[in-house]
Design a protein around this ligand. Structure first.
Ligand code: FE2
Ligand code: FE2
Length: 188
């Protein structure tokens, strides 16, 4: 048998199977810990966005794009305050934990600025980076809402649902401006 004909062994599956651990006895406690971890993750992410959004707005050539980003900065600051309330409602200390995903998405946004010159193409890159960020937030808040409801944290769930709606709205605004910028660029 030639080397290329040898059956491929799924070593990953075997090693992953070996690592499966028994579920915790108290699933509610484990879900609560996962909920708290996810809250700390998004708290770090939102604060990182408060620091990063002004730079993105300043580098946008389209005044419309810049104002969408700055408006979302104000919304994001309010989302941080809302997360403070969520921590309080569930009786936990407000705390962030580095979100590697958001750190990576922000690095991608920085790369767009390093690799483009001001103008429509840079704007398109800023929109793409911003939408990836919004999609991460939509996924995160969708999960947080579900966890909060499952845990009976209904007041927290209401606040998280408000933020989820804001992230979806920001994504829609970015979609609209993307179409405008593409149309303007195509017309030039
Ligand atoms: Fe946000
Ligand atoms: Fe957002």
């Amino acid at each position: 048998m030639k080397n290329s004909e040898k059956p491929i062994q799924n070593k990953t599956a075997k090693s992953n199977k070996d690592k499966i651990v028994a579920p915790a006895k108290d699933a509610a406690t484990e879900l609560r810990k996962l909920f708290l971890d996810s809250l700390q993750d998004i708290y770090w992410a939102e604060n990182a966005l408060v620091s990063a959004l002004p730079k993105m707005a300043a580098n946008a050539s389209s005044a419309g794009l810049s104002s969408i980003i700055l408006e979302h900065l104000a919304v994001t600051e309010n989302q941080v305050a809302r997360l403070d309330q969520v921590f309080e409602l569930i009786g936990e200390k407000t705390q962030g934990k580095k979100c590697e995903a958001m750190a990576g998405l922000l690095k991608e946004g920085d790369n767009v600025l390093l690799e483009t010159t001001p103008g429509a193409i840079r704007d398109a890159g800023i929109i793409a980076a911003s939408q990836k960020i919004e999609h991460y937030e939509i996924a995160s808040y969708g999960t947080l809402c579900a966890f909060a409801k499952t845990l009976g944290e209904n007041d927290a769930a209401k606040l998280l649902t408000q933020t989820l709606a804001e992230e979806k709205e920001a994504d829609c605004l970015l979609n609209d401006i993307a179409l405008n910028i593409v149309n303007i660029t195509a017309a030039e």
